[in-house]
Design a protein around this ligand. Structure first.
Ligand SMILES: Cc1ncc(C[n+]2csc(CCOP(=O)(O)OP(=O)(O)O)c2C)c(N)n1
Ligand SMILES: [Mg+2]
Length: 278
C-alpha cells in the first residue's frame, strides 16, 4: 500500500501524541517504563495506524482479527496509548496507570482492557504465545496474522529460542516478530550483559526470514511489515534498530532511566523536546 505524504505526516503526528501520552502516564504514576515505550513507538504506530493490523475496536474479540502481543510487557504505556488512540477505550483511562485495581496495570493483563491480547511482563513468553495463536488459527481455519514485539534483553531468555525453533518447525508463516533492538536491557548494554551478536545470523540459523530496519523510520517499518507478508515458507523477524528513550535526549543518553519515571522538572523538558520534533 502506497502511503501518501499527508498520511505519513499523520502517522508521525500520531507517534508524537503517543510519546506525550507515555510521558504523562508515567509521570503521573511516578513509575513505569517511559524509555522502553519510546523505543518502540514507531513500531507500534506502524502496526496499528499504518494499515498493517486488521482489527475492530468495537468488536475486540473479532475472531479474524490480527493479534498483537506486547511480549516486552513493561512497555505497557505504549500499548495502552496505542489502543486508546485506536478507539478501544476512552483515553481518560490512561491516567489511571498503575493505580490499584485499575485495568491499566503496570504490565498488560488480558481480560482487563479490550485489545490486550496477552498477559505479559514476565519476559520471554510472548513468542511462545504467538506460535500458539498461529497454530490455533490453523486449526480453526482463520487466516489472521500474529505480531510479537520482543525486547533485545528479552532475547537473553531461553524460552525465546525454544519458541523460535518451534515456529520454524511448524512453519508458522503467519507469525512476525519485531525485535526492538535498542542495545540495552535493564542493567546495562546487551553487549556486556549477554551479547546477542551475530543476531541476524542466529535467527536465520533458527530457520527464520530476517529483515533489518531503522526502527524509527515509519515508512521503512511499514515497507518491511508489508514485505514479510509475502514470505510464505517460514516465520519472519524484523530486527528494528532503535534508540532507548527515543525523542528525549537526556533519556536517550542515560540507560539508568530504565523503569524510572521522569521528575516533574524533567517532564517539562521532555515535553518541550517531543513538541519541538513536530
Ligand atoms: C523473566 C523476567 N526477568 C526479569 C525481568 C525484569 N526486567 C524488566 S524489563 C527488563 C529488561 C528488558 O530489556 P529489553 O528486553 O531490552 O527491553 P527494553 O526495556 O530495552 O526495551 C528486565 C530484566 C522481567 N520482567 N522478567
Ligand atoms: Mg532493550
Amino acid at each position: 500500500m502506497k502511503i501518501t505524504e499527508s498520511e505519513m505526516e499523520n502517522l508521525i503526528e500520531k507517534a508524537r501524541q503517543i510519546r506525550l501520552d507515555i510521558l504523562d502516564m508515567t509521570t503521573r504514576a511516578g513509575s513505569g517504563h517511559p524509555s522502553s515505550s519510546w523505543s518502540a513507538t514507531e513500531i507500534v504506530v506502524a502496526l496499528y495506524f499504518g494499515g498493517i493490523l486488521r482489527f475492530r475496536p468495537d468488536e475486540p474479540w473479532w475472531p479474524e482479527r490480527d493479534r498483537f502481543i506486547m511480549s516486552k510487557g513493561h512497555a505497557a504505556p505504549l500499548l495502552y496509548a496505542a489502543l486508546a488512540h485506536a478507539g478501544y477505550f476512552d483515553r481518560q483511562e490512561l491516567w489511571r496507570l498503575r493505580e490499584i485495581n485499575s485495568p491499566v496495570q503496570g504490565h498488560p493483563v488480558q481480560g482487563m482492557l479490550p485489545g490486550v491480547e496477552a498477559t505479559t511482563g514476565s519476559l520471554g513468553q510472548g513468542l511462545s504465545l504467538g506460535v500458539g495463536h498461529v497454530l490455533g488459527g490453523r486449526l480453526t481455519r482463520l487466516n489472521y496474522r500474529v505480531y510479537v514485539l520482543l525486547g533485545d534483553g528479552e532475547c537473553e531468555a531461553g524460552q525465546i529460542w525454544e519458541s523460535a525453533m518451534a515456529a520454524a518447525h511448524y512453519k508458522t508463516t503467519l507469525l512476525t516478530a519485531i525485535l526492538d533492538y535498542n542495545k540495552y536491557q535493564e542493567t546495562g548494554p546487551i553487549s556486556r550483559e549477554m551479547a546477542l551478536e551475530p543476531l541476524a545470523e542466529k535467527w536465520r540459523s533458527f530457520g527464520w526470514h530476517v529483515e533489518e530496519v531503522d526502527g524509527h523510520d515509519l515508512s521503512a517499518i511499514i515497507d518491511k511489515l508489508e514485505y514479510v507478508q509475502t514470505v510464505t515458507d517460514r516465520p519472519s523477524i524484523i530486527i528494528a534498530h532503535t534508540i532507548k528513550g527515543k525523542g528525549v535526549s537526556f533519556v536517550e543518553a542515560d540507560f539508568t532511566f530504565h523503569g524510572r519515571a521522569l521528575t516533574l522538572e524533567q517532564a517539562v523538558r521532555a515535553r518541550e523536546e517531543i513538541n519541538a520534533a513536530r
